[in-house]
Design a protein around this ligand. Structure first.
Ligand code: AMP
Length: 407
């Protein structure tokens, strides 16, 4: 089934056209800087000429129409008619407590996504905008919402509750939700396909290390803990997000620097993490180069990043009382042998032994074992594919649905 996968940010729309039968990417692209004087428009068909363009794209509806007109363009020949697309899968960051699975979009689903605006103010509003724009552009096919939080629905209460008055959970649903669910789900399923162990007996620690970063403990196929929490701000040190900090720092800062709420928000989300620690940048590639050239601030940022990853790995070994496999994925996890080595260094008391040669020579696009054959815990590099998870879920729900998507 041909499925269009949409991932909307506040000023961007990313898309993938995926054939779910053979799991192939037919075309992908991105429109950035929507609403600015000139937006950047990129289309990359798998078997065709890549294009990059800049022009005005006023809003998300225009962006969706631009994508469709590109796909339908007679010269490029990607699809012949909008009817060739059988479903649209939408990435939605926060599903609150309502969604433990993906859902066919109807009015109640739209309402629930809106109700979670407070929980994910940066992500859910543009996600909803994207769904509305896509339904306008493609009104006759099912639209499916796939939630980043859904995979973590299995967290037990002892993992998702914070040490706060319980009425705050009851009244406001303040709890850990966990994110990057589609990625943790995908890489753990890739592992299950290669291991001979029954899934029920597996204990996996999945490290999604990208610009946003999180670690999940997956016991018997189910997520039992995740480093991200109420929002995607907690846990690991990220590109620009601070990760775990002592909450008292906020009171201290309010007093010392008289920061208003929105500045605090920006400080923790946009000016912290690798960027804040290094004072140089948020891109791990740049930090590694600068650290190699002797920049101590960049080295410090890398050290803090890896230390936190290592701590979470240790903590999740304790949570699951064991671990069969540690998986590295996403931009940093898939591409940096140096960071992977730093994160699992001196974990030999857990029986983890890294094979340097394997770690330094991974094959792109494949599952790679980077631990030695006698390592008690396998360490793997597994390329993630969140878009494929969204496409497959959308195809499954669309074929099961006999309803009009508008009901
Ligand atoms: P993602 O959010 O998954 O796209 O990952 C983005 C992050 O991956 C950025 O911090 C990049 O610097 C980082 N990254 C990509 N390639 C490499 C690499 N070869 N070495 C280190 N970091 C990398």
């Amino acid at each position: 089934m041909l499925v269009l996968v949409i991932n909307c940010g506040s000023s961007s729309v990313k898309y993938n056209l995926i054939e779910t039968e053979d799991k192939s990417d037919v075309c992908k692209g991105i429109i950035e800087r929507i609403g600015a004087v000139t937006a950047i428009v990129k289309h990359e068909p798998t078997n065709g000429k890549k294009t990059k363009d800049s022009r005005t794209i006023n809003n998300h509806v225009d962006a969706l129409n631009e994508i469709l007109s590109y796909l339908l363009n007679a010269d490029n020949g990607i699809i012949n008619s909008p009817d060739d697309i059988k479903a649209v899968g939408h990435r939605v960051v926060h599903g609150g407590e309502d969604f433990k699975d993906s859902a066919l979009v109807d009015e109640s689903v739209l309402e629930a996504i809106e109700q979670a605006f407070d929980l994910a103010p940066l992500h859910n509003p543009p996600n909803l905008k994207g769904i509305q724009a896509a339904r306008e552009a493609l009104p006759n096919i099912p639209h499916v919402a796939v939630f980043d939080t859904a995979f973590h629905h299995s967290l037990p209460a002892k993992a998702y509750l914070y040490g706060l008055p319980h009425r705050l959970y009851r009244r406001y649903k303040i709890r850990k939700y966990g994110f990057h669910g589609t990625s943790h789900y995908y890489v753990s399923r890739q592992y299950y396909q290669m291991t001979e162990k029954p899934v029920k007996e597996t204990k996996v620690i999945s490290c999604h290390l990208g610009n946003g970063a999180s670690i999940a403990a997956i016991d018997g196929g189910k997520s039992v803990d995740c480093s991200m929490g109420f929002t995607p701000l907690s846990g690991l040190v990220m590109g620009t997000r601070c990760g775990d900090i002592d909450p008292s720092i906020l009171f201290y800062l309010v007093e010392k620097e008289e920061l208003p709420l929105n500045s605090l928000h920006a400080l923790l989300n946009r000016h912290s993490g690798l960027l804040g620690l290094s004072g140089y940048g948020s891109d791990m590639r740049d930090l590694i180069v600068e650290a190699e050239n002797g920049d101590r601030r960049c080295q410090r940022a890398i050290d803090v990043f890896c230390h936190r990853v290592k701590q979470y790995i240790g903590s999740y070994v304790a949570t699951m009382n064991g671990c069969d496999s540690i998986i590295f994925t996403a931009g940093i996890g898939e591409n940096s042998a140096y960071i992977r080595k730093k994160c699992v260094r001196e974990l030999d008391y857990l029986g983890i032994k890294l094979d340097e040669e394997r770690n330094n020579n991974i094959k792109r696009g494949e599952i790679n074992r980077i631990s030695t054959d006698n390592s008690r815990v396998e360490v793997l590099v597994v390329p993630t594919n969140e878009e494929l998870v969204i496409a497959i879920d959308a195809a499954k729900i669309a074929s099961a649905s006999k309803q009009s998507p508008w009901i």
